[in-house]
Design a protein around this ligand. Structure first.
Ligand SMILES: [Fe+2]
Length: 314
C-alpha cells in the first residue's frame, strides 16, 4: 500500500464507525462545501481544502519524502522528533504514524469536537442543548491549541526525509464503536460488573499491569449502572463538563470515557452520574489496533513505540 491508500483506508474505517452514520458525515461535508462556495476568492485561497473531502481534519499526511510501497511502519501514540530519530536509527522504516495529531491536524482538533453534539444527542440530550455546549467547547479547544508549536515535529520529519502521518478521529471512532458493542448491555447490574468487562480487554489488562488501568472516578462500584453511554471516547478531546448533568437528566446512569477532568467529576457527582475512565493511552491503543489489524492483514509490519500496546484481533 502507498501512503495515500493507508490514509484513505483510515478515513473509510472512521466513517464506517462514526456515531453520526455515513449520512451524517456526508451532511457535514456538504455543509462545508456549501460554506466554501460562498467564500470570497481571497478566503477560498486561505481555506483548508482538505475540509471539503476529509471529515477528520485531525488526521493528516504531514510529509511524503518518498512515495513508495509501505512495508514497515513505526507507530506511536505521540510522535515527536525523538521517535523520528528512532525510525531513522532503525533504518528500515517506510512510514512513521502517530495517533495524536500535530501540525495542521492539531490546529484543526476543534473540528473533531463538533461530533460531540451528535454523540450526546444520540444518548437523549436535546440537540439544541448539546450543540450550544459543544460550540462553547469547540471555541475553548481552538484557543487552547492555538498557542502550540504545531509544525515542530513536521519540520523534523521534513529535515530527516521521513514519511509521516497520523490517525486520530477514525481510531477513536473505532475504539468507541468497539466499546459500544461490548458494554452497552442491559444485563449489567452494577458499575463493578461493567468494570469487570473492561478489565478483560487486553489493552486495559496491560494498562492495569503498568498502573494505568480503568478507574471509577464518580459513583461507587456497587452503584447500579443504569443506561451505559460511551460519550467520552470519540469526539477529539474532553467535552463540556455541563453535559454530565444533561446526559444524566436524559436517562444515562453511567458514562464510559477516556479523559475526564476534575470538573466533569464534580458535575457528574452533583447529577448522581457514574463515570468510569477506561484509560486514555490504552483506549487510544485499542482504536489504533483495530485499524492496524487491517494493515497487517495486507502484509505491513508494525513496530510499536510511544505507549502503543499492540493487540491483534485476527
Ligand atoms: Fe488520545
Amino acid at each position: 500500500m502507498k501512503i495515500q491508500e493507508i490514509f484513505d483506508l483510515a478515513i473509510k474505517m472512521g466513517v464506517e464507525s462514526d456515531f453520526r452514520g455515513k449520512d451524517g458525515v456526508e451532511k457535514v461535508l456538504a455543509r462545508k462545501n456549501k460554506k466554501y462556495e460562498a467564500l470570497s476568492e481571497k478566503a477560498k485561497e486561505e481555506f483548508d481544502k482538505e475540509a471539503l473531502i476529509n471529515p477528520y481534519l485531525d488526521t493528516r499526511i504531514y510529509n511524503i519524502a518518498e512515495d513508495k510501497e509501505i512495508k514497515k511502519i513505526l507507530v506511536g501514540i505521540d510522535i515527536d522528533t525523538s521517535e523520528l530519530l528512532l525510525a531513522k536509527q532503525l533504518g528500515d522504516i517506510d512510514l512513521v504514524m502517530a495517533h495524536h495529531p500535530t501540525g495542521r491536524g492539531l490546529a484543526n482538533l476543534a473540528d473533531d469536537v463538533e461530533m460531540q453534539a451528535d454523540i450526546y444527542s444520540h444518548y437523549g440530550v436535546p440537540i439544541n442543548v448539546a450543540e450550544a455546549l459543544t460550540f462553547v467547547r469547540m471555541q475553548e479547544v481552538a484557543r487552547s491549541v492555538s498557542t502550540s508549536n504545531h509544525q515542530k515535529t513536521v519540520d523534523a520529519a521534513k529535515i530527516l526525509g521521513i514519511n509521516f502521518m497520523n490517525v486520530h478521529g477514525p481510531a477513536d471512532n473505532l475504539a468507541a464503536g468497539f466499546l459500544k458493542d461490548l458494554l452497552e448491555r442491559d444485563d449489567l447490574e452494577t458499575v463493578s460488573d461493567l468494570f469487570d468487562l473492561l478489565r478483560d480487554i487486553p489493552e486495559y489488562k496491560e494498562a492495569i499491569r503498568i498502573g494505568a488501568g480503568p478507574k471509577i472516578v464518580a459513583g461507587k462500584p456497587e452503584n447500579r449502572c443504569g443506561r451505559i453511554a460511551i460519550t467520552e471516547v470519540a469526539g477529539g478531546t474532553g467535552t463540556s463538563p455541563k453535559l454530565m448533568g444533561e446526559v444524566s437528566r436524559a436517562g444515562v446512569g453511567t458514562v464510559v470515557g477516556m479523559h475526564v477532568s476534575e470538573e466533569h467529576r464534580k458535575e457528574a457527582e452533583a447529577a448522581h452520574l457514574n463515570i468510569l475512565i477506561a484509560g486514555h493511552i490504552s483506549s487510544d491503543s485499542l482504536g489504533m489496533n483495530l485499524f492496524l489489524d487491517e494493515l497487517e492483514k495486507k502484509g505491513i509490519e508494525i513496530v510499536c513505540s510511544s505507549g502503543l500496546t499492540r493487540v491483534k484481533r485476527f
